[in-house]
Ligand binder design. Sequence first.
Ligand code: CUA
Length: 320
Amino acid sequence: MVAIGLVVGLIATLVAVLIDWLPASASVQMNRITDLYWLATIICIVVFSVVMAVILYSVWKFRVQPDDLSDGPPIHGNTTLEIVWTVIPALLVVLIGVVSAVVLSKNSDAGTNPLNVHVYAQQFAWRFEYPDGKVLSSELVLPVDRTVKLTMESADVIHSFWIPQMAQKQDVVPGIVTTLVITPTKTGRFTLVCTELCGLGHATMRAPVRVLRPAEFAEWKDDHRIGAGGGGSEKPDGKAVFAANGCGGCHAFKPAGSDGEVGPSLDGLTDPEQVRQSIVDPNAEITAGYQGGVMPGTFAKTLSPEEIDALVQYLTGKSS
Ligand code: CUA
């Protein structure tokens, strides 16, 4: 019976392992999580198959005959059997626990020289700051094969950081700083999604992720350095402010190529004062057909007066 169970378990394991259930891994951390996931899954399949084989065989073999009305033999337990079916599962659970602890510890180890990136989450956009180069971006750009330590903060409610091909999820919680370590193994484009229901625009809270070769990454960072070549006194660019703050995630605006539908379209705005008010105090006046309390009221604090000026100018074509 046990042999039948093991054979069935082996076949089921092959079926489980040979089908591509999970997205192709693109990080060292996901490789470890995938290995752990399959270890636990295979243990479950084999134990299930053995138990079911014994049960089904017993149901078929020891079924009472229709005319048999006698009592069954008295059974007072079997110590050997009880030890076996206690010790084996205990060892398996301890094994899964130990391997999980090792994976968790390795996955949160950023090593001695990680690339530090700050992640800011707010309804309904992600922003990334590279402190060493003073780069602000609405796209997460990472170099391949380098360990990155993300330090995350939220401006309003709980969000959650998840790149499916890199497996890990980390809550971004207002008032505390959380961290996540990623070592990308593949270049290419991925998508960061918010995986915590955070309001009306939750489903649109996504950000592009690009993993580049180290040289390309250095070039990208140089190109996006704030005030590059201007000694830091350069006037902010409205288009860059719009992109870096994720405005396009919720609003359609043709010049920026955005088509968000959470908030009203920003095409054809002409009144600089009204636009300024909508940015710094979004609930003062709500466009008909839209709901109040959706747009974050934090821009008056997170943007400098110059950045707000630049944004107003970018949206209306006029300065106020
Ligand atoms: Cu942020 Cu869902």
